[in-house]
Design a protein around this ligand. Structure first.
Ligand code: ADP
Ligand code: MG
Ligand code: MG
Length: 201
């Protein structure tokens, strides 16, 4: 992935989030406060608006910029979590021009670690980490298999439906949170679906 592809990834993600904004907010009405679609759309819109200004940045710098734009513009619980994930990609990719298999593997491992620390969460807690974590887990030294990544993200998202949510607003519902997809897991699926689409083109 180069800077231009990363920018395309952000555009594709923003497009998906706009398309699925109501669906994401609706899911968040079951397990939260109903704003996840609005939050994500606002955040990725802000990222896309800045992409032209960021086109000469290194990938590391670009990921840092995306991360801080997400922290400031997504807001809520998801902003700092998504923001941390991208900022960790940024730190992992210092001195990297072209993100290849090993860079994806180390970057995603750091991103998952960052989300887990920030959210005091682990896989199985019924959050966006249940998408990020299996995606990171299937990466190895080889160039990523984008179809497999999309599939892993989808399976991770689907599995949140049967989980008792242990972190974030959904945790207040206890057992009643079972039977609903986690909104953050669904938005993360769209993010990785957009990545797969961008990289396969
Ligand atoms: P808020 O809950 O502040 O309204 P959002 O609705 O934008 O924020 O985001 C909610 C999503 O954030 C959840 O669906 C979940 O995936 C994620 N989330 C919330 N808290 C945590 C946490 N402590 N650890 C990991 N993920 C979390
Ligand atoms: Mg919410
Ligand atoms: Mg909120």
């Amino acid at each position: 992935m180069n800077n231009e592809q990363a920018a395309q990834w952000m555009r594709q993600t923003a497009e998906k989030l706009v398309e699925h904004k109501d669906e994401l907010s609706k899911l968040d009405q079951f397990v939260g406060d109903g704003d996840h679609g609005v939050n994500m759309e606002r955040g990725f819109r802000a990222v896309v608006e800045n992409l032209d200004d960021w086109k000469d940045l290194s990938l590391s710098q670009l990921m840092q910029k995306i991360g801080s734009a997400l922290v400031s513009n997504v807001g809520g619980a998801a902003g700092p979590l998504y923001g941390t994930a991208f900022m960790r990609l940024g730190t992992a990719w210092t001195d990297v021009d072209q993100v290849d298999g090993p860079a994806w593997m180390s970057g995603m491992a750091k991103a998952v670690e960052g989300i887990a620390q920030r959210g005091k969460a682990q896989a199985g807690d019924g959050t966006l980490l249940d998408v990020w974590s299996p995606v990171a887990a299937i990466l190895d030294e080889n160039e990523p298999d984008w179809k497999k990544i999309e599939d892993a993200a989808q399976t991770g998202m689907e599995e949140t439906e049967s989980m008792v949510v242990k972190k974030g607003r959904g945790a207040l519902l206890g057992e009643k949170s079972v039977g609903h997809l986690d909104p953050g897991a669904v938005s993360s699926f769209y993010l990785f679906q957009a990545l797969a689409k961008t990289m396969d083109e």
